[in-house]
Design a protein around this ligand. Structure first.
Ligand code: ASP
Length: 443
């Protein structure tokens, strides 16, 4: 296949052109034109992906669970999945903490930049603090209450309720297993067809991915520059450059060591095949900053390119998109310590351990939408007694870091899905099969 027909190259082309256009638009004051005539294509692309997320999870999880021979298997897969999710998130936080404590980016923030940033973003910081307040007030078992809905349609009416959809589908699937074949078949056939259609829809939506990505990036850049000057953006990037570097370094280390080593040691998939399989997923996550919107593509690529069984992917991935956010947790740890350092506040060992615990929990509670991570950061700051208004310091670069942490989040989901599938004997990588066939034919 010619290289430019591969999905990830098409998306990269869209991304690069979008960046170039965005810079041009920002420099020439075309922000209004961009928001009127370009940005809607990005919104349409994200909406398209979000549109199919609920029916996809519903159909694939119901058929997946109903195909299980016994329910015990489901709890085994569930236990394993959650344990690996929490474990990898804790590793991510520790990597973030090590880097931020060694590099100490907060010490590098000049006093005048700190004062300027605090006043420039004070208002937005107050808004986010208010949003975090409602989350912070909830009881310890609130998550459990949230998972079990009282009305199917209200759950299905918002993609934020993905955990509820996961719960409903599992319950429904378990009910189906217990029916007689004759009774279960029609419903199962219906969901199997629905599932097949939606997988086709993912392909159709991805046809416009390069255009969608172009529009999303162009808009992000014009929004970032806003009415200001490029010099202001560079000033911001300069002041927060060292902090951003610490976050990016952490994400790169986590992606290239934790995930790739896990793939290497726990699955038969070559790292190259894994990376080629999920490259479009990472690029779409990067452009949309939403693991929720990326979910349909994550599921499709894991099944079709990595050979994760539907049974595993339909359970592990929606759960991951909602609760597994390693990139977010790592960023939250770095940001919390950075803010403390900039305010000349030391964080002792107890504080650091508190960050590990709260960042793991906060990332679980972070919604899979753009900019959600910084809201939950407020809760971490409160736990370590650092003024939460300090988030004003990092707003300027948050949009960019959001793109990178979301790409990390979806990579984590795909890694865990592949490992769980391999451990359950439910991984049939298409390429490996081909090469195995070739080997057989040659023999
Ligand atoms: N945008 C991230 C996601 O969807 C969440 C965050 O803000 O960290 O995965």
């Amino acid at each position: 296949m010619a290289w430019y027909r591969k999905l990830h190259w098409q998306i990269i082309i869209g991304l690069v052109l979008g960046m170039a256009y965005g810079v041009l638009a920002a420099a020439n004051g075309w922000a209004q034109f961009t928001s009127d005539w370009i940005a809607p294509f990005g919104t349409v692309f994200i909406n398209g992906l979000q549109l199919i997320a609920v029916p996809l999870v519903l159909a694939s999880l119901i058929t997946g669970v109903a195909s299980l021979s016994d329910v015990r298997k489901l709890s085994r897969i569930g236990g394993k999945t959650i344990a690996i999710y929490v474990g990898t998130t804790a590793v991510a936080v520790v990597i973030g903490l090590l880097i931020v404590n060694v590099l100490r980016p907060g010490d590098q923030l000049p006093e005048d930049a700190r004062v300027r940033l605090q006043s420039q973003f004070a208002e937005t910081a107050t808004e986010r603090e208010a949003q975090a307040e409602s989350v912070g007030e909830r009881g310890p078992l609130a998550l459990l209450e949230d998972i079990v809905p009282s009305n199917f349609f209200s759950s299905a009416s918002s993609n934020r309720n993905m955990l509820q959809i996961v719960f409903i589908s599992i319950l429904f699937g378990v009910g189906l297993i217990q029916l007689e074949q004759k009774q279960a078949r029609p419903i199962l056939d219906l969901f199997e067809s629905l599932n097949a259609v939606i997988i086709r829809l993912v392909d159709l939506i991805m046809l416009v991915a390069p255009i969608g990505v172009f529009a999303l990036i162009a808009r992000t850049i014009t929004d970032l520059v806003g009415g200001g000057e490029f010099s202001q953006v560079f000033q911001l990037l300069g002041a927060l450059g060292y902090y951003s570097f610490a976050v990016v370094l952490g994400l790169v280390v986590h992606m290239s060591f934790t995930y790739l080593l896990m793939i290497k040691f726990f699955t038969p998939i070559p790292i190259r095949t894994f990376l080629a399989g999920i490259a479009p997923v990472q690029l779409v996550a990067f452009s949309t900053s939403s693991s929720g919107a990326t979910l349909p593509l994550t599921m499709e690529r894991c099944e079709e390119k990595l050979g994760v069984s539907e049974e595993v992917s339909s359970f592990v991935l929606p759960l991951g998109a909602t609760i597994n956010m390693d990139g977010t947790a790592l960023y939250q740890a770095v940001a919390a310590v950075f803010i403390a350092q900039s305010l000349n506040m030391g964080i002792d060992l107890t504080g650091q351990l508190t960050i590990v615990l709260t960042a793991v929990l906060a990332s679980i509670g972070t919604a899979a939408v753009p900019g959600a991570g910084i809201i939950m950061l407020v809760i971490i700051l409160q736990a370590i007694n650092v003024p939460s208004a300090g988030i004003a310091l990092i707003f300027g670069v948050d949009r960019i870091l959001d793109m990178l942490r979301t790409a990390t989040n979806v990579t984590g989901d795909a890694t865990v899905a592949t490992i769980v599938a391999a451990s359950e004997g439910q991984l049939n990588p298409p390429n490996l099969d081909e090469s195995a066939d070739k080997i057989r034919t040659h023999a």
